[in-house]
Every structure is written in structure tokens, then in C-alpha cells.
Write a protein that binds this ligand. Sequence first.
Ligand code: ATP
Ligand code: MG
Length: 566
Amino acid sequence: MTADASEPTATTDFIREAVADDNRTGRFGGRVHTRFPPEPNAYLHIGHAKAVWIDYGVAQDFGGLFNLRFDDTNPTKEEQEYVDAIVADVRWLGADWGDRLFFASGYFSQMYEWAEDLIRKGKAYVCDLSADEVTEHRGTLTRPGRDSPYRGRSVEENLDLFRRMRAGEFPDGSRTLRAKIDMASPNLNMRDPVMYRILHASHHRTGDSWCIYPMYDWAHGLEDSIERVTHSLCSLEYENHRPLYDWFLDQLGIYHPRQIEFARLNVTYTVLSKRRLLEIVKGGHVKGWDDPRMPTLAGLRRRGYTPEAIRDFCRRIGIAKMDSVVDVGLLEHCLREDLNRRAPRVMGVLRPLRVVLDNYPEGQVEDLEAVNNPEDAAAGTRKVPFSRVLYIEREDFMEEPPKKFFRLAPGREVRLRYAYFVTCTGVVKDPATGEVVELHCTYDPATRGGDAPDGRKVKATLHWVSAAHALEAEVRLYDHLFAKPDPDDVPEGQDWTANLNPKSLEVLSGCRVEPSLAAAAPGTRVQFERLGYFCVDPDSAPGRLVFNRTVTLKDAWAKIQRKQGG
Ligand code: ATP
Ligand code: MG
């Protein structure tokens, strides 16, 4: 293949190839114009991010335009809250729609005119069958449908009835406007699909001006046509709707965009169906749409995800014509890579164990210099206070350490990060429970900064905080929302809720973090050294820090434990 200026420079895929082809043949006069068309009936999820990055990415690669358009044709399910959330999410992802924010409801009058046009052309009719009867008449994949008894109505009668539908003369569900296509078509979507139904419902934008509302298949191509979209990119479930998309535009003889379908994104351990996510929220299985366990963009953002990590993920999964399931580990990998570059390192102790340095002067405080980000020299250093009483991570000590446990144990010396070598000299236990409640250690003043002048080595470096200076914090640890990679893999007789992970949230209180975090604003992302990436939750208030664990670091110890079968 020869390179051409109309071709994208980035990695290509079948959609970009199709667009480049259209540019070569001049099908749209070299224009590229895409749109992202969410229905405002739920929050966006990571699957929608993939769609946004295909729509917006294609427009960008070809120097084209991108619209954000709400497909708000069903007032019973749509709400302004969802519109606002979606606008915020798409903006957060980084897609730029310029001044092209549109609403399908803004085209209702034009759509209505076109519907009358189809009636006049003998291509649409008012049908008095009930919804159940319509379904029954439609037939199945193996059985052709049957014509509606109202199919033969005259143009005049159809126009009269349709206008009266619009005028509000008939109750909900009593009549529909249907396209007159072919009740024997092998494609069920072509068997006289409903174009309008009667619905006396207030719309979040048009109020009570309409009591008939257009169906998706009728409306969508018209919206694309009005906006002069060139490539209408959508997920695979619309593939067998494409003949209908084309049929409507051809019958009307109006500007005709090209629909191209791509595979939907699925991710292990979660669901990406708006209906399901709505059930999870309404059913109280999570705290809301932005619960950090949710695969919604609002949830991922609150969890600490960056738009860059999501974009990188979308780039890596690529665009395919076949549905597949992507390992959530890849999403987490993209996140770690991004946060590793940008998240400042701090020290925090999730499950504190008190340590007293017996030979450290009472009342002395040293400000030790700590590196903010070893990946980014420009991030500089900060001072961390060190004193006689510290907290270390409870799991960094074992009284009877197994082989390969190199951290603190009685008689053993380890390094405290940025500080000193310490040796454990004593263990204090709760006489009632036997639980270790305090360690006594000595420190070696010659090892300040973390190296011994005599060259002796230690096998572990632990994080710590100074007890007198540390801030108390709540830390929320998250695990997958579902306990199984495929949430639909349920035992006979149970539904998907059986697979919800009962351990998806663990709340730790009494955690301790270094004082530099005192003023950290919600959304601030940090790495707690050795533990993972965390971000400040909006529930935080001055004096009451709350962190979400965004993602763990890779845990080498867990790997060894697995290998040992421990
Ligand atoms: P519904 O099940 O109600 O149709 P939807 O998730 O398809 O929900 P839309 O608002 O129609 O919701 O989605 C907007 C756009 O996002 C559509 O073009 C759709 O193709 C795309 N999209 C939705 N889910 C995914 C997914 N999992 N992967 C990729 N694209 C998706
Ligand atoms: Mg959809």
C-alpha cells in the first residue's frame, strides 16, 4: 500500500482504513465528522470510553470534527443528572466537541416532518396493534412475520391519524407509526419496525411539547444526517440495524452517513451493561454511580484513575470486529504505568504497629530528606519528621519468620526508608490475646540516610511514620466488584447478584500517613511507598483524611507465597 496524505499516521485499523478509503474516493468530499451519541439514561462506563476514543480519535487523526450528541428520545428513562454527568465525563476523558453539543430532542420537529414525508410516499402507516400484538405479528428468525391488518391504510388516513397521535388524542400504547418494509425479511429489524410510539411523558428538555417519541432506529440516522456526520461509528449490536439505518435515509433521499461497527468492550470481573449497572446502583450494592468499585468513568475517576491511563488502555486494546473480553489486569497495568510516572511517593501505614527506638534521644525530631518521585527528578524532595516512637506496617514484622521473610523479626536488622538501620530487641504482647502490640528497637546513628559506613547490608527497607507527627486517616481498600471473571457464570437457579464480591470493600480506620498530606485535596494521587497508589476521596475533610486505594503495586511476596502454596 502506498502512503497518502489522507491516511492517518498513527497505527491503523479497519475503521481508519475505511475512512481513508472514503477520503481517497471523495465519498464525503474529504470531510471526516464523527459523533459520540450516548443516551442519557445512565452514567458512562469504560466501554463508552472506548467508543469515545474511537469516535474522537478518528476525527482527530483525520483533522475532522467530533460532536457530542445526546440520543434523548426516551423521556421515561432519561434525566438531566445523566446529561450533566456524561458531559463531565467526556470532558474529563479529554475529547473536545468544540461548540457541537447536540440533543436529538432538538430535531424532533424535523423528524416529524420526515415521518409525514414517508407517510406521503406510502412508506409508513399508523398501526393499531398493541405492543404484544406487534411482537406476535413480527414472527421469528425461522418464521416470517404477518402483515398488520392496518398496513393497507390510505395515505390520507395515515396522515390524519398520525397528526392526531401527535396532537395527543390517543392514549399511550394505542397506536404506533410503522415503516412499511417487508414482514418476511430475514432481518427482523426490517419487519415494519415501529418509528413512533405514543408516550404522554415530560421530557427533560422538551417538556410536554411532545406525546409521541421516535424510536432509536428511526431517529439515529436522521440525527447523523442533520449533523452531517460522515462516519457513524457504533458497537457491533447495531450491525443488523444498518440495513434499516440505510433504508430510512434512502427513502427520504437525504444526506447519508456511513455506519461502521466495532466490537464492544467487555472487561473481566465487571459488567458493562447500563441496565446492570443501574440495578447495582438502585439495588444498593454500591454507594452510587461514582462508587470506586464501579466501572463507570465517575467511579474510576474517584478511584484515582487518570484519563491518560484510560486512553492508553483504549489504544492498547485496539479495534476489532469480534467481541472479546479484556483482562482487567491490562487496565490496571496501564494505570500503574501512568501513576508510576506522575504520583508523588509518600509514606503511610495502613495497619500500624508501634515501634520504640530505645536508644533514640527522647524529644528529638529530625527532618529527613525524602525523594518525591524517583521517576521524575523535577519532583524534588521533601522533609519527613523522624522521632523516637514510630509506626511500621504490622505485616512487616513476624515473630517467627518463615524462610524468605526478610523483613523485621526479633534480633534482625532492617532499614527504615530515608532514615536509619534498626534492630528489633524486644516484643511487647497483649497478655490477654498474645497479640504483638509494640516493638522495641535500637537504631544505629551511623546509618543516617540509609547506608552503613561499614558496608553491612540489610535485606529489607520498611516504610514508617513518626507517631507524634503522623496524621490519622481512613483508607478504603477495593477489590473487584464481582468474585468471578465472568459475572454471568452463576450457579443454576441463581442470578448474577450471587457473584457480587462480598469483599469488594474493606475500610481501614486508624491508618497513619505522613504530615505532608495534611492539605491534600480530594483527587490528589500519591503512591504510599511499598503499598500501592492511593487518592484522596471527596469524603475527606480537613482533619479527616480519607484515601481510596487506586491499585496495588505488584506484590512479589504474594507471588512467593503462592509458589510455596502458603
Ligand atoms: P444500551 O444497552 O442502553 O444500548 P449502551 O451502553 O449501548 O446502552 P449508548 O448510550 O447507546 O448505551 O452508548 C453510546 C455509544 O457507546 C454507542 O455508540 C455504543 O455503541 C457505545 N458503547 C456502549 N457500550 C460499549 C462498550 N461496552 N464498548 C464499546 N462501545 C460501547
Ligand atoms: Mg446502545
